[in-house]
Write a protein that binds this ligand. Structure first.
Ligand code: ATP
Length: 419
């Protein structure tokens, strides 16, 4: 369900927003508006929605308008035009005192700079938002302590911020936001000041916190790796415009323009990564040496908890894919004596080890099972899956591209079933 609805939102920085808006209406660019009027177009006609419970990443280069956009969600920045609806309420039309109440109840913000009070203890810092919300001291202490333990800072309550490392200080920032139990958390480059290892740790922490929560997180980042890692969906901004909104897979498969493509190119090894390089060689195969047996195949897949199996001939050449479902159906319909090929899934296009991942990604992403990878003689080399590919992407930034080790194998053990 849509929780934040952004309708044709603009932000103009300058003395006469109306004038700038009419120039934009006439088709002038951000640069032209600046040249003509001296005014800056911060956000240009943003129009999209954010769903309850998702981690929504706003990504773009410095100056593209990320902070301006997100600060309009809680009206730290007033929009020049357009509407924002949150939880069914029109935020843009709200009186100031209602807005303050709404913010305290529903929204928290975490900043890059931590923004902790140096003279307050960790516990007092974590409780700070609750004090503004008028909660009693006992409740403040209890909820702040609970939030601190959620972010792994139990035992640090009485320390002062300067006694903590950067990563721990940001945990306090996170705890302060969590203590208010908001349904929306706005995080502005929250992990950007942290060194890479701590940053990854914090991303994991956030994903863990989010696991059984329907809190919505809007997360600003200029880092694609971070966006892919934590984002359910990503919005990409350029020059004040939101140029694309989608899941990481959607954007990867179908970048809206060259800017988006260029963004991904920085860490994107799709042009050089072949299916053979990231192939997972540890996947269940069934070597068909005699007349296929549906019932035995079903038992073998079931016993090993695999949904799919790959059927090969004695030379390990690929014949077809079977699934628990297709086998089960055959058994239920009394067809278990029929040849195994009657259970092969239709419309499977195997990849070649030399195929470029860029080219086969649509096929890989559209199927509910890993795609078989064959050599030039149709010999089965393993499988590639969407997850495996995306994980290779994350890894590439840290280690340089090379996904050839079997580090991300889905099933742990190689398995070969001979009938
Ligand atoms: N208070 C302001 N007055 C005038 N112009 C502003 C103001 N705040 C932002 N801008 C301009 O609006 C545009 C968007 O800025 P914004 O800070 O939202 O970008 P950003 O993508 O968040 O960048 P960064 O990653 O550097 O924080 C920029 O051109 C910026 O110069």
């Amino acid at each position: 369900m849509d929780q934040i609805i952004i309708k044709n939102i603009f932000k103009i920085f300058g003395p006469d927003p109306k004038k700038a808006l009419s120039l934009i209406d006439q088709g002038l660019t951000k640069e032209e508006v600046l040249e003509k009027t001296g005014m800056t177009v911060g956000v240009n006609n943003a129009d999209f929605s954010i769903k309850r419970g998702e981690i929504f990443v706003v990504m773009g280069l410095s100056g593209s308008g990320k902070s301006t956009l997100v600060r309009m969600f809680n009206r730290l920045i007033e929009p020049s035009a357009g509407e924002i609806h949150i939880n069914g309420r029109n935020i843009t039309a709200m009186e100031n005192k209602d807005l303050v109440k709404f913010r305290l109840k529903h929204m928290s913000m975490v900043f890059q700079s931590f923004a902790l009070m140096p003279h307050l203890t960790v516990l007092e810092n974590a409780a700070f938002g609750l004090e503004l919300a008028g909660e009693s001291k006992a409740i403040r202490r209890e909820r702040a302590a609970e939030a601190l333990s959620q972010v792994g800072l139990e035992g640090w309550e009485d320390q002062y911020p300067k006694q903590l490392s950067g990563g721990m200080q940001q945990r306090v920032g996170l705890a302060r936001a969590l203590a208010a139990d908001p349904d929306i958390m706005l995080m502005d480059e929250a992990f950007s000041a942290l060194d890479p290892l701590i940053r990854t740790e914090m991303q994991d922490e956030l994903l863990k916190l989010q696991e059984d929560s329907d809190r919505t997180i809007v997360f600003i980042s200029h880092d694609l790796d971070e966006a892919l890692r934590i984002g359910d969906r990503i919005a990409i901004m350029e020059g004040g415009r939101v140029v694309q909104v989608g899941t990481p897979e959607e954007i990867l498969q179908n970048p809206a323009d060259d800017y988006v493509r260029a963004f991904f190119r920085g860490v994107d090894p799709t042009n050089v990564i072949s299916a053979g390089e990231i192939v997972n060689t540890n996947y269940p195969t069934i070597i068909k040496t005699k007349k296929g047996d549906i019932r035995t195949s079903l038992e073998l897949l079931n016993a090993r908890d695999f949904n799919h199996g790959y059927v090969l001939n004695a030379k390990r050449q690929f014949l077809g894919i079977i699934s628990i479902d297709s086998l089960q159906e055959a058994v239920e319909k009394g067809r278990s004596g029929e040849p195994l090929e009657t259970c092969y899934l239709p419309e499977v296009n195997p990849a070649n080890i030399n195929d470029n991942m860029q080219d086969i990604l649509p096929e890989v992403a559209s199927k509910g099972f890993p795609i078989p990878v064959l050599d030039d003689n149709n010999v089965f080399k393993g499988v590639v899956s969407k997850n495996r590919f995306l994980k290779t992407l994350h890894k590439s930034e840290v280690n340089g591209h090379n996904g050839s080790e079997n580090e991300y194998d889905e099933p742990a053990q190689p398995l070969q079933i001979a009938l």
